[in-house]
Design a protein around this ligand. Structure first.
Ligand code: 5GP
Length: 174
């Protein structure tokens, strides 16, 4: 069965410009500090790798594997850690890099978990935000784009583990 290609919502060019602007802002804000980029797997791996290269500071990258229980398109807010950090973050300035903040349940859970490990600070950089679906408001310190209440794919985001390698953000056409 042929499947229609995803409909483009945010182009690769627009993403590139936004990520570079975020990188410049983070570079200015964290100058002279020990920065740890904390990439939340799997969805933020593409964003985190572009963002890291847009930040002109010495930094460490850590990966946190999480799986949120729920069906394919809805998060339940119950998060399982599937891969923990390789080093302590006590005393470090941690920037949590998320793919998308939807209900906010995952991020608020993760932020509490990380704060318990004693970082000097824990801020959030989210590629996308769907404010219309917020259940647990979380502060997003750096944001790529706001999107409507649609299920988006591409640039790291999947549908049933597919489409993560799309260079743009799109929506599946039905
Ligand atoms: P939240 O806990 O904020 O509701 O959801 C967080 C997680 O749900 C995201 O990190 C992402 O993995 C998944 N998610 C939420 N909305 C979307 C979406 O529109 N597309 C995709 N691919 N994943 C989403």
């Amino acid at each position: 069965m042929d499947v229609a290609p995803p409909q483009e919502l945010i182009s690769a060019t627009a993403i590139d410009a936004r990520v570079k602007a975020l990188g410049a802002q983070i570079t200015a804000d964290y100058a002279g500090k020990s920065l740890v980029l904390l990439c939340v797997l799997k969805g933020s791996f593409v964003f985190a790798s572009d963002l890291a290269r847009a930040i002109d500071l010495p930094l460490r990258i850590e990966f946190l594997g999480v799986r949120s229980y729920g069906d394919d398109t809805r998060s339940s807010g119950v998060v399982q850690i599937t891969q923990d950090l390789t080093r302590p973050i006590a005393g470090d300035h941690v920037l949590i890099v998320e793919d998308i903040v939807d209900t906010g349940l995952t991020l608020s859970y993760l932020r509490e978990l990380l704060l318990a490990r004693g970082p000097a600070s824990a801020k959030v950089c989210a590629f996308l935000h769907k404010p219309s679906r917020s259940i647990k408001p979380v502060e997003i310190d750096y944001l790529g784009f706001t999107v409507e209440d649609v299920f988006v794919i591409g640039y790291g985001l999947d549908y049933a583990e597919r489409y993560r390698n799309l260079p743009y953000v799109g929506v599946l056409q039905t």
